[in-house]
Design a protein around this ligand. Structure first.
Ligand code: GLN
Length: 445
């Protein structure tokens, strides 16, 4: 009730929630109290949190930030939601996001932009901008996000919180509205690595309803948090400290990394030679998958349908023209083009080959070092409305996107400020190294 009151008072300005599920929250809280009274409470029983509006939530509007799904009430729960409910958490609502998770600033939402709680003139980052802002503003202690090319880590960095993108396949994608299926991954956003560890333990694990979820045991992510870092080998990718990196961000990042040396780690430079190709490869692969995934929104089965269609083609055309925003249309056009006959080999196939090289860069680096560190974003949060050109927006993702192409995990932890705008230190590990990332992040915090 305290947090619902805060949301009521503060979220008119921040706009971090699309839907506040007041009644369901009180019912879930009562159930949690009852479990506690019976002695059945687990570590997450009664924990209030929020869910990015990309997670299907039974009997609750699930809009994915789009007019297309503004009227969609999901008949079922995503696996992430089901597992969080089973753990006894209390969802306070669904958070704002870039439409279909396409964006880096939350300005592509049909429901309007979110403001950064640290500086109301700044964006919160995207696409999980609502989740990051809600945690940073103390509206909830934790929220769920998704990360296809940085959408957990970059908004966590911009809002001064901790956000973890797990290994691809670690968390089920069932019921998470698909953007780019080979890249999408859900993860926790919270105030600390310890809180992220608790939440990851609840949502991770194999799910028969997602064929890409990996059948591998879920460790106790809290167990290693206090392991000492002496002997840890940290690599700094040369390509993450080059042109385009804001000098103040670089200075703060290097200062943060120095703190690990005092904890007994060693630091050396490494190279990820194909970094330069990550953005072009991603912006071929992600739109290609998106154009296919979004073909289901045809005005027939889900969401928005135009008024008085003349015939079936008119129904498709107008429903999609009215339901999707500009950035989503741009991606559908790019994806349809790169998948079309005559262009497939030159774009999609080539991008997949480049993807393999990018993955190999990381595997080679992890032969030499345990973790990689660098900035989560080349700049601090920029002003709302300042970044109007799509290509300059895409370039924001330079340090986050390759991680999704490789499928490895990454975490962003708060690492200082430029003025009043927070910065994130990004820590990367090899596949399924979440426990190690959480340990390293926790020792830093
Ligand atoms: N900014 C990237 C994009 O627009 C990443 C978004 C995400 O991770 N969902 O596609």
């Amino acid at each position: 009730q305290h947090l619902l009151g805060r949301i009521d008072r503060l979220d008119g300005e921040l706009n971090s929630f699309i839907t506040v599920t007041f009644d369901q929250a009180l019912a879930e809280a009562e159930a949690a109290d009852a479990a506690r009274a019976k002695g059945d409470a687990g570590p997450l029983t009664g924990l209030p949190l929020a869910l990015k509006d990309i997670f299907c939530t039974r009997d609750v509007k699930t809009s994915c930030g789009s007019k297309m799904l503004d009227s969609f009430v999901s008949p079922y729960d995503a696996t992430v939601v089901e597992r969080l409910k089973a753990a006894g958490t209390v969802s306070l609502g669904k958070t704002n996001m870039d439409e279909f998770a396409m964006g880096s600033s939350n300005e592509n939402s049909f429901f309007g932009p979110v403001k950064n709680p640290w500086d109301l003139a700044a964006v919160p980052g995207g696409s999980s901008g609502g989740s990051a802002a809600a945690v940073a503003a103390g509206l909830v202690p934790a929220a769920m996000g998704t990360d296809t090319g940085g959408s957990i880590r970059q908004p966590a960095a911009f809002c001064g919180i901790t956000g973890l993108k797990p290994t691809y396949g670690r968390v089920s994608r069932y019921g998470m509205i698909a953007y780019a299926s080979s890249l999408d991954q859900a993860g926790p956003m919270a105030r600390s690595a310890e809180d992220c560890a608790l939440l990851l333990g609840a949502i991770a694990g194999h799910d028969l309803r997602d064929s890409t979820s990996v059948a591998r045991g879920v460790p106790d992510y809290l167990a290693e948090l206090n392991a000492p870092l002496s002997g840890l080998k940290i690599g700094l990718p040369r390509e993450y400290f080059g042109d385009g990196l804001d000098p103040e961000v670089e200075a703060a990042t290097r200062a943060a990394i120095q703190a690990f040396e005092t904890l007994g780690a060693t630091v050396r430079e490494v190279s990820l030679p194909h970094t330069h190709y990550a953005i072009p490869a991603y912006y071929v692969i992600a739109p290609a998958e998106a154009s296919s995934n979004l073909s289901r929104y045809d005005g027939v089965r889900f969401g928005h349908r135009c008024d008085n269609p003349a015939d079936l083609i008119d129904l498709y055309k107008r429903s999609r023209a009215e339901g999707f925003g500009d950035e989503v249309k741009r991606r559908i056009l790019i994806g349809t083009h790169t998948l079309s006959e005559g262009f497939f080999d030159a774009y999609y196939k080539k991008a997949q080959q480049v993807r393999r090289l990018i993955r190999q860069d990381f595997l080679d680096a992890f032969e030499e070092v345990d973790v990689l560190m660098g900035p989560a974003s080349p700049t601090p949060a920029f002003d709302l409305g300042a970044n109007k050109d799509p290509v300059s927006m895409y370039l924001q993702d330079i340090y986050t996107i390759a991680v999704n192409l490789a499928g490895i995990p990454g975490i962003s932890v708060p690492a200082g400020f430029v003025g009043n705008r927070p910065l994130g230190l990004q820590i990367l590990g090899t596949h399924f190294a979440e426990a190690q990332l959480l340990n390293v992040a926790h020792q830093f915090q």
